[in-house]
Design a protein around this ligand. Structure first.
Ligand code: UDP
Ligand code: MG
Length: 307
């Protein structure tokens, strides 16, 4: 059996469209995919997402639903779905049909050929503002230089098929803030990438604002990489070298009885060192905050209703 996991946040308009198109396509491939279930995870929507899921559940027993008590974020929704999935493999896909259900059969074929992870990689990012594209490139550059192996996931998406063995391993990860794409790249296993064009959203709006994207990016990067902390040490070393050069110069000027260097240098240095210190403290503080979050061991999500 194949489990489809669909994180949904304010998707009342997309859910029926996704359901109709996906079931239609899966029925066309009945010989290949003999059984399936669809798990909708309502991530704290404030529209009619949950009633829509409930009415689908009454019509079709292959549909299951989880309703979070509030918004816990897409990653938590994905993990709640993986936890509930009963399939021999699971496909995670967006609710807005930006992950074309037509690809599921191709992913499944790769799975039958022995691939344990099949990832769909975005070929072109349609109609995204330049700024978002830039942020994306920057994020994946930083991410790619992170400590863990096999994280070259530029243009990766959450549209992925995971084998049961992979799911069971991923569910063992204890950290509160899990980054799905990062974890699925981290666990290893036989992986196949399929390219796809991202269509436009069928209905509703994207949930991302720039502040939330930046926060998401930092939080995911810090979950995998301690490079920013090394950056602090590195900038400290550069400042030390500069300080030594400047000290030698100042002493030289002093002993040669020349005029004392201007106050401008002192002000610039003070400002520079001050801001560097604050910046470094910020990075360290961010990691301390992360540790604080993790040691609390709070649940990743709280379920209000489940069927
Ligand atoms: N989503 C979610 N919780 C959130 C934000 C988004 O479950 O807090 C779901 C959303 O319903 C959709 C998927 O994650 O199914 C992708 O979200 P969106 O289309 O807003 O992101 P984008 O495609 O712009 O990256
Ligand atoms: Mg989308």
């Amino acid at each position: 059996m194949l489990s489809l996991i669909v994180p949904s946040c304010n998707e009342e308009a997309s859910i029926p469209l996704l359901y109709n198109r996906t079931t239609e396509i899966l029925l066309q491939h009945k010989d290949l995919i003999t059984a399936f279930e669809i798990i909708f995870v309502d991530d704290g929507s404030n529209d009619n997402t949950w009633p829509t899921i409930k009415s689908l559940m009454q019509e079709d027993e292959r549909i299951h639903g989880i309703k979070f008590s509030r918004n816990f974020g897409k990653e938590s929704a994905i993990f709640a779905g993986l936890n509930k999935a009963k399939g021999d493999c699971a496909v995670v896909m967006d609710c807005d049909l930006q992950h074309p259900p037509e690809l599921i059969s191709e992913m499944y074929e790769q799975y039958l050929q022995g691939y344990q992870i099949v990832r769909c990689v975005k070929k072109h990012r349609n109609k995204e503002p330049i700024l978002r594209k830039l942020c994306n490139v920057l994020f994946f550059c930083l991410f790619d230089s992170s400590d863990s192996t096999r994280l070259s996931i530029d243009n990766a998406s959450d549209f992925q098929l995971l084998d049961r063995k992979v799911i069971d391993y991923i569910l063992r990860f204890q950290e509160t803030s899990l980054f799905f794409r990062g974890i699925s790249a981290y666990v290893g296993f036989k992986t196949k990438d399929i390219e796809f064009d991202v269509p436009e959203r069928v209905a509703g709006f994207s949930k991302w604002s720039y502040p939330s994207l930046i926060q998401y990016a930092f939080s995911n990067m810090s979950a995998f990489s301690s490079k920013p902390l090394q950056l602090v040490t590195f900038s400290g070393i550069i400042l030390l070298v500069l300080a030594i050069i400047l000290t030698i110069r100042t002493l030289y000027v002093y002993f040669m009885d020349a005029a004392a260097p201007g106050i401008t240098t002192v002000i610039i240095l003070l400002l520079f060192i001050g801001s560097m210190l604050m910046f470094s403290l910020g990075i360290i503080g961010f990691y301390v905050g992360k540790i604080f979050e993790e040691v609390k061991h709070r649940p990743r999500y709280i379920i209000d209703e489940e069927k």
